[in-house]
Write a protein that binds this ligand. Structure first.
Ligand code: PGA
Length: 937
C-alpha cells in the first residue's frame, strides 16, 4: 500500500502521516512478498478506483468497481479484505501513538501545571473552587468508580491479532517518543520487529474458527488484568495520593481504593444459556487464581526488597507476633528459613504470607463447594477468605517500617502491594450476576405451584403478588426441596445458581460477588421476587444479613419513566427497607442505554435516561438511601457510546454522588486497556470527570426552561423514530435485506445467541446486532435518527427558538454531548454506500422509498445540528477528528463493496463448502469496516 496515505507538505513536520506512510509501505511489501505482485496490483487498483469514485461520484466507475469485485474468487476477496483491514489496524495504532506523543509534548510545555483532565487537575480545580479537605475526604470515603467489563459480542478480532497489534504499537511508540535519541541500528531493529509482526499477522487466521466459549470470554477479560490493569491501578491510586498531598498538604489523607473493576464475563446469564452455575464457579476460580498468582509474585518482590536486618535496625513486636502465629498455623514452616535470612523478620513474614497464599490458591482450585451444609463449611484458617486478612498482615510490616525509620521504604513497593490488595482484593474483579425478569417470573410461578402455595402466580395482580412475596419472605418455610428433580431445567438452573452464589460467598471468597442485576425490571414484585429467592437460598436472612444488592435494570422508555414511582412504592416496604439497611442503605440502579435507544430512538432515550436519574435520586434522597448509578452503555453512539469523560460530566448535576459503575464492552476494552499508557489516560479522564461531577461547585444545573424544551424535542424525536422503525410496515424488510443482520446473528464473535427469543420482532432482537448491522451498512441510524426532525420542529416556532437551542448547546453539558455525539456518528454514516446496501432489497420500490426517508432525515439532522452548533459541517469544531474520519472513508469503501458482494453470494444459497468461506469473508469484512469506523456496534 505504497501511496495509501494522502501526501502532506512535509512528513518531517507531521509524524502521524510519516508513521502511516511507513506502515503502509511496510504492508505493501508484505502483501507483495506473501501474496505476489498480482495481489498487490489488485489492491492498488481497487484503492485507486474507490478514491477516484469519492472525488467524482461517477456512476460508471461504481459499475466498473462492482463488476471487478463480482469477478473475484472468494480467496481473492479474502486477500483484499485482509489488506484493507490490516491497513486500518495500523492507522489506528499510528493515531493512538500520535495521541500519546501530543499528550507528552503538552505535558512538557505545561509543566509544572498538571496535565489537563488528569487527577491532579481535578484536585487542583476542587481546591480552586474552595472545596475543603474534609469535604473531599468525606467524598473519597464513599466514592467508588467501577468500570465493568462485559462479554458483549462486539470485539470481532482475535486475541492473537490484538497481541500482535500491541507489539507493533510498542514499536511505533519507541520510534515516536525516542525519535531523536535512537541510534540508527536500534531504529532498524525496531522496524524489523514491526515488519516481523506484520508478517505474523498476514500469515495468521484473521477470524476465530469457532464461537468463543464463556470460559474463553473470561480468559479474554483476565488477559487485560494480567497485561495492564494489575500494574496500572495501583499507579493511579498513587497519582491520587500525590495530587492530594500536593494540593492539600495539611490534611492526613486516608485513601480508599477509589477505582475498582467489575466483570460480567461468566456472570451475565441473561439470554445466554451457556452461563451455567458451574461456569460461574469456574469463573470465580479463574479470577481468583489469577489474582493469587499475581499476589504471590508481588510478595516475592517484597521478599527481595525487605532485607532489613535485626543487626542493623529494629522491628516492631507485631511482626514477631504475626510470625509466631503463622508458625503455629504452618508448623512445617518452622525450620524453612535459610540461614542467610534468619535475622530478617520481614522476609520471614513474607515467606509465611506466601505460604498462606499458596494454600489459598490450592483451596481456590480444588475445594468442592457444599450447598447448605450445617454447620456451614467455612474455609480453613490456612487460607485467606477475605482481602482484609492479607491487608492486615501487610499493615503490620508497614507500621513496623514506619516506626523504625523506614517510611520511604514502606511507601514504595509495599504500599503499592497494599493498594493492589485493596483494589483487586483476592479475586481481580467483582463478578456481577444478571438474569432476565421473565426467567424469574416463570421460576417463581413454578416454585409456588409445586409448593402448593399459588396455582398461577403470573396471573396475579401486582398487589396480590407483593402481598404473597412479602409474607413468604418473612416466613422461614422452605419452598424448594434440596433435590430439584421435576423442575424445568430453566428453573432448576436459576435456583442452582443462587445456591451456588451462597456457597461461593461462604466457602471460596466472601467478596467476589455482590450484585444481582435483573434485566427489564418493570415492577416492585420483580425485585421482591429476587429477594424471596435469595431468602430461599441462604443469601438473605431477614434482620441478619443480605449478601447481594438487588439491582433493577431499566431499559425501555416506559420502564425508565415508571422507575421513580416503582422506587417510591418499593422503598417504604418493611421487607425491602430491611434488605437496604443490611446493604448499608445503598441502592444500585442500572440504566440500559441500548435498548432504550432501540425502542425510542437516540434523542428520546437520552432524555428518558436523564430524567430517570434526576427523579430516582430525588426518591432515594427522600428515603435516606444512597443511589449508585450503573450505566450500561456500549461503544457506538446508538448504544450510549462517546467520550467517557464527557458522558460523565453531562449527567444531571447532583446525581453523581461519588459512586458510579459503567460497562466497558467488546472492542472498547481493547481500545481502552490494551496499552497501559492509553489506559492510564482513559482512566485518569474518568476519575477527573467523576470527581468534578461530584461537587456542586463545578456543575451548574440547567435552566428550568431548557427542561421543557427537551421534553418537546424528545417526544418529537421519538415520534419520528418510531414512525419509521415500528410503524412503517415496509421497514422490516428493508432492515433484513439492506443490512447484514442475518449474517451478524450467525457470527462467531460471542458466546450468546443474537436474540433473546426466537422471533422476527425488532423488539426481541438484542440491541447489539441491531446497532452493529446499521453501523456496517453505513446508515448508523440508531445514533441520530429522529434528532433532525425534532430540532426542526422546535426551531420552526420562531427565530428566538434557535437562539434558545444555541444557548442550550453552549451552556448545558447534556445537550452539548447529545449533539456532539450525534455529529460523531453521523460523520461515520455514508448515504451513498447505504444506498448500495439498499440495492440488496428484492423490491426496488420499497428500497427506494425507505432509503429516501432515511436520507431525508439524515440531511435534516446535519442541517439542524449545524444551525444549532453554528458550524458549516459536522465536527467542524474538532478538525483533527473530522479529518481523520474523512481520510478513512475512501479506504472503507472497498470493504463495503466487498461486503455487499459477499452478502449477495451468501444469500444466493451457495453450496456448503463455499458457504463457510463466504462466512469467513463476511467476518473479515466486518473486522475491516469496524476498524475503519473505529466502532463495531
Ligand atoms: P444486552 O446489552 O443486550 O446484554 O442488555 C445491550 C448492549 O449492551 O447494547
Amino acid at each position: 500500500m505504497t501511496s495509501a496515505q494522502p501526501s502532506h507538505a512535509s512528513d518531517q513536520r507531521d509524524p502521524l502521516s510519516s508513521n502511516i506512510r511507513a506502515l503502509g509501505n511496510a504492508l505493501g511489501r508484505v502483501l507483495t512478498d506473501q501474496s505476489g505482485a498480482a495481489a498487490f496490483a489488485l489492491e492498488e487498483r481497487v484503492r485507486r478506483m474507490t478514491k477516484e469514485l469519492r472525488a467524482s461520484g461517477d456512476e460508471r466507475l461504481v459499475q466498473e468497481l462492482q463488476e471487478l469485485i463480482a469477478s473475484l474468487s472468494v480467496s481473492e476477496l479474502h486477500g483484499l479484505t485482509k489488506a484493507f483491514t490490516l491497513y486500518f489496524g495500523l492507522v489506528n495504532l499510528a493515531e493512538a501513538v500520535e495521541r500519546l506523543r501530543v499528550l507528552r509534548e503538552r505535558d512538557l510545555r505545561a509543566a509544572p501545571a498538571p496535565r489537563t483532565e488528569s487527577i491532579a487537575a481535578a484536585v487542583a480545580e476542587l481546591r480552586g473552587h474552595g472545596v475543603t479537605a474534609e469535604a473531599l475526604q468525606r467524598w473519597l470515603d464513599g466514592a467508588l468508580i467501577m468500570p465493568v467489563l462485559t462479554a458483549h459480542p462486539t470485539e470481532s478480532r482475535r486475541r492473537t491479532t490484538l497481541i500482535k497489534l500491541r507489539r507493533i504499537f510498542d514499536g511505533l511508540l519507541d520510534l515516536s517518543l525516542g525519535e531523536r535519541l535512537l541510534p540508527p541500528e536500534e531504529r532498524g531493529a525496531i522496524l524489523t520487529r514491526i515488519e516481523r509482526e506484520l508478517i505474523g499477522l498476514w500469515q495468521s487466521d484473521d477470524v476465530r474458527l469457532h464461537k468463543p466459549s464463556v470460559v474463553d470470554e473470561v480468559e479474554n477479560g483476565l488477559f487485560y488484568f494480567q497485561t495492564t490493569l494489575y500494574d496500572l491501578l495501583p499507579q493511579i491510586h498513587r497519582a491520587m495520593a500525590r495530587a492530594l498531598a500536593e494540593h492539600y498538604p495539611e490534611h492526613p489523607w486516608s485513601l480508599p481504593p477509589l477505582l475498582r473493576f467489575g466483570s460480567w464475563m461468566g456472570g451475565d446469564r441473561d439470554g445466554n444459556p451457556f452461563v451455567t452455575s458451574s461456569v460461574t464457579v469456574d469463573t470465580v476460580r479463574r479470577m481468583r487464581a489469577s489474582m493469587l498468582r499475581h499476589l504471590i509474585r508481588q510478595i516475592d518482590a517484597l521478599f527481595t526488597e525487605l532485607s532489613q536486618s535485626l543487626t542493623q535496625t529494629s522491628v516492631s513486636q507485631g511482626v514477631d507476633e504475626r510470625i509466631a502465629h503463622y508458625i503455629r498455623l504452618f508448623p512445617a514452616e518452622a525450620g524453612t528459613i535459610s540461614p542467610h535470612h534468619s535475622r530478617e523478620p520481614y522476609r520471614r513474614l513474607c515467606q509465611l504470607i506466601r505460604t498462606r497464599l499458596e494454600h489459598t490458591l490450592a483451596h481456590t482450585l480444588h475445594h468442592e463447594l457444599q450447598w447448605a451444609s450445617d454447620p456451614p463449611t467455612l474455609p480453613p484458617p490456612t487460607v485467606y477468605h477475605r482481602s482484609a486478612e492479607l491487608l492486615d498482615d501487610l499493615r503490620i510490616i508497614y507500621a513496623s517500617l514506619w516506626a523504625n525509620g523506614g517510611e520511604l521504604v514502606a511507601d514504595g513497593l509495599l504500599r503499592d502491594v497494599m493498594a493492589t490488595v485493596a483494589i483487586f482484593r483476592l479475586h481481580t474483579a467483582t463478578l456481577d450476576i444478571r438474569q432476565h425478569s421473565e426467567r424469574h417470573l416463570s421460576a417463581l410461578t413454578e416454585i409456588f405451584a409445586r409448593a402448593g402455595i399459588c396455582a398461577d402466580y403470573t396471573s396475579l395482580e401486582e398487589a396480590a403478588k407483593i402481598a404473597l412475596l412479602t409474607s413468604e419472605i418473612a416466613s422461614t418455610r422452605p419452598l424448594t426441596p434440596a433435590r430439584l428433580t421435576g423442575y424445568t431445567p430453566e428453573t432448576a438452573e436459576l435456583i442452582q445458581t443462587l445456591r451456588t452464589l451462597a456457597a461461593i460467598l461462604e466457602q471460596l471468597d466472601g467478596e467476589v460477588i455482590d450484585t444481582y442485576v435483573l434485566s427489564t425490571t418493570a415492577s416492585v414484585s420483580d425485585l421482591l421476587g429476587v429477594l424471596l429467592l435469595c431468602r430461599e437460598t441462604g443469601l438473605y436472612r431477614p434482620g441478619v444479613y443480605s449478601r447481594l444488592n438487588v439491582v433493577p435494570l431499566f431499559e425501555t422508555g416506559a420502564d425508565l419513566e415508571y422507575a421513580p414511582r416503582l422506587f417510591a412504592n418499593l422503598m417504604p416496604l418493611p421487607v425491602y427497607s430491611d434488605h437496604l439497611r443490611l446493604r448499608g442503605q445503598c441502592q444500585e440502579v442500572m440504566l440500559g442505554y441500548s435498548d432504550s435507544n432501540k425502542e425510542g430512538g437516540f434523542v428520546a432515550a437520552n432524555w428518558a435516561l436523564y430524567r430517570a436519574q434526576v427523579e430516582l435520586t430525588e426518591v432515594a434522597d427522600r428515603y435516606g438511601v444512597r443511589l449508585r448509578l450503573f450505566h450500561g452503555r456500549g461503544g457506538a453512539v446508538g448504544r450510549g457510546g462517546g467520550p467517557a469523560g464527557q458522558a460523565i460530566l453531562s449527567q444531571p448535576p447532583g446525581t453523581l454522588r461519588g459512586q458510579i459503575k459503567m460497562t466497558d464492552q467488546g472492542e472498547m476494552i481493547s481500545d481502552r486497556y490494551l496499552d497501559p499508557r492509553t489506559a492510564t489516560r482513559h482512566l485518569e479522564q474518568v476519575v477527573n470527570a467523576v470527581m468534578r461531577a461530584g461537587f456542586a461547585e463545578v456543575l451548574r444545573p440547567p435552566e428550568p426552561g431548557w427542561i421543557t424544551v427537551m421534553e418537546g424535542i424528545a417526544a418529537a424525536g421519538r415520534d419520528a423514530y418510531r414512525s419509521l422503525i415500528y410503524d412503517d410496515p415496509r421497514f422490516y424488510d428493508y432492515f433484513r435485506s439492506a443490512t447484514p443482520i442475518t449474517e451478524i446473528s450467525r457470527l462467531r464473535i460471542g458466546s450468546r445467541p443474537a436474540s433473546r427469543r426466537n422471533s422476527n420482532r425488532i423488539e426481541d432482537l438484542r440491541a447489539i446486532p441491531w446497532v452493529f448491522s446499521w453501523m456496517q451498512s453505513r446508515h448508523t441510524l440508531p445514533g441520530w435518527y429522529g434528532l433532525g426532525s425534532a430540532l426542526a420542529a422546535f426551531a420552526s416556532g420562531g427565530e428566538d427558538r434557535l437562539t434558545l437551542l444555541r444557548d442550550m448547546y453552549q451552556q448545558w453539558p447534556f445537550f452539548t454531548t447529545l449533539l456532539d455525539n450525534a455529529q460523531l456518528i453521523i460523520t461515520k454514516a455514508d448515504m451513498d454506500i447505504a444506498r448500495r446496501y439498499a440495492a440488496l432489497v428484492s423490491d426496488p420500490t420499497l428500497a427506494q422509498a425507505i432509503h429516501s426517508i432515511i436520507q431525508h432525515e439524515y440531511a435534516t439532522t446535519i442541517r439542524q445540528i449545524c444551525l444549532v452548533a453554528q458550524i458549516n459541517a459536522p465536527l467542524d469544531a474538532q478538525p483533527v477528528l473530522q479529518r481523520a474520519i474523512q481520510q478513512r472513508n475512501p479506504y472503507i469503501d472497498p470493504l463495503s463493496y466487498i461486503q455487499i458482494e459477499v452478502l449477495r453470494r451468501l444469500r444466493a444459497n451457495p453450496p456448503d463448502d463455499e458457504q463457510d468461506d463466504l462466512e469467513t469473508a463476511i467476518l473479515m469484512s466486518i473486522n475491516g469496516i469496524a476498524a475503519g469506523l473505529k466502532n463495531t456496534g
